[in-house]
Design a protein around this ligand. Structure first.
Ligand SMILES: [Ca+2]
Ligand SMILES: [Ca+2]
Length: 413
């Protein structure tokens, strides 16, 4: 084993001597073969110096590295090719001006190393390895260029938020970009937000809408790439505005089959607004809209329980109920004339206030719930057959299908 290595060194030394003689640039000493048993470092020595030997993490500064190659006798090696490389974990942005240099007449070569970017981690390690005929005998040399600042201290967490006094449900923007690490903005940090028990988020900025009023101690935890972290805390006071108040709808009356304009009103909390109005009319219809003004047509007379629900910009709602009295627009009226046991009814005084036409007169002579006769004539007669006091009921119907009733006492002597 040792024997083979020794003979290889002899071949290498002979080749170096031959190359030196060809170039004709070497002294007599260079032509002497090194001792066969000497350490390999003596065959070709590389020295590296960097100026400056540290770089700021600014992405632009440069350090000039000078390589000096010498042979076993300390004489400059001319024309020596040397490959250059950065270590695999080099800080982001660090770069070499070239991947290979060749020594000049004085045995030196130079290249530059550019600085890593802000927020990068680690120092710069450059490897230089001679190539060519004597490469097998030359160990790789490395040089370290410190990048400043190092990632040795924990970040400093800091944040702001807006608005300063949010309401329940209002989006609050949290901004952790004023956090720093190693004296610069913490661009490579991770950010974790805890909204005081009301939820969490990640990212340099975060948005959160608090679900209830009160004081929330918000904690931002900033961690750097080296795993160091720090926290910042601020109390966010969330106010809970009142739900909308003073709900009403006007008017509280309408006429059947006639479109009626209704106006809802409600008072939101200070600095807030009503964003939607829901009308549940009580007749099976409903509408939801942004405007408080709406038209609705009830198809029949009666009392309808209107439900108004308003919602504000915080998502808070309030509801009220209100009776809408819908009139038919018809006046039912009749007279009675009695002769013997027969009563003659005349409903021709009935009228409509809505320009509709009364098309049907229906009569329930005893008001027993069953209409006994009907027709388009306003007059009719009925023989009660015996004396007594009864109640007669008239139902008129107009051409829109709207009805109106009235009753009257009929006395048969
Ligand atoms: Ca750090
Ligand atoms: Ca009847």
């Amino acid at each position: 084993m040792f024997r083979i290595e020794a003979s290889y060194r002899g071949i290498a030394a002979a080749l170096v001597a031959a190359a030196a003689m060809t170039l004709g640039a070497c002294s007599l000493d260079n032509q002497e073969a090194p001792a066969l048993s000497g350490p390999s470092e003596l065959v070709t020595s590389l020295s590296l110096t960097a100026s400056p030997d540290q770089l700021p993490r600014d992405g632009s500064s440069r350090s000039i590295v000078t390589i000096t190659a010498r042979d076993a006798n300390g004489a400059p090696l001319v024309g020596q090719r040397i490959t250059l490389s950065l270590s695999a974990n080099a800080p982001q942005g660090a770069a070499l001006s070239q991947s290979e240099v060749t020594t000049g007449s004085n045995g030196t070569a130079t290249f530059s190393v550019s600085a890593p970017v802000s927020g990068s981690i680690g120092d710069i390690t450059v490897s230089a390895t001679p190539v060519g005929t004597n490469a097998g005998n030359a160990a790789t040399r490395i040089i370290q260029i410190r990048a400043t600042p190092g990632n040795t201290t924990a970040p400093t967490a800091a944040f702001s938020f807006s608005p300063a006094t949010p309401d329940v449900g209002q989006t609050v923007t949290f901004n952790g970009s004023t956090s720093t690490d190693e004296g610069v903005a913490c661009s490579n940090c991770s950010f974790f937000w805890n909204f005081g028990g009301d939820g969490t988020a990640t990212g340099v900025t975060a948005q959160h809408a608090f679900s209830s009023g009160g004081s929330f101690l918000v904690t931002l935890t900033v961690s750097d790439a080296a795993g160091s972290s720090s926290t910042a805390q601020q109390t966010v006071t969330v106010s809970a505005p009142s739900i909308p108040t003073g709900l009403s709808v006007t008017p509280a009356t309408a006429t059947a089959k006639q479109a009626q304009t209704f106006t809802a009103s409600a008072t939101p909390a200070a600095n807030h607004r009503i964003t939607s109005y829901q009308f549940i009319w009580g007749d099976g219809d409903s509408n939801t809209q942004n405007s408080p003004v709406i038209q609705h047509t009830y198809s029949q007379a009666g009392s309808f329980l209107l439900t108004l629900t308003v919602r504000d910009d915080l998502g808070q709602s309030a509801t009220t109920n209100q009776v809408i009295t819908v009139s038919s627009g018809l006046t039912a009226s009749f007279t009675v004339t009695v002769a013997g046991t027969t009563a003659s009814f005349d409903a021709s005084a009935s009228s409509s206030s809505t320009a509709s036409t009364i098309t049907d007169y229906a009569w329930d002579f005893e008001n027993d719930g069953t209409y006994d006769t009907n027709g388009s004539s306003p007059t009719v007669s009925h023989d009660y057959g015996s004396s007594g006091t009864r109640t007669a009921k008239l139902r008129i119907t107009d051409n829109r299908g709207v009805t109106q009733t009235t009753t009257r006492t009929v006395t048969i002597p």
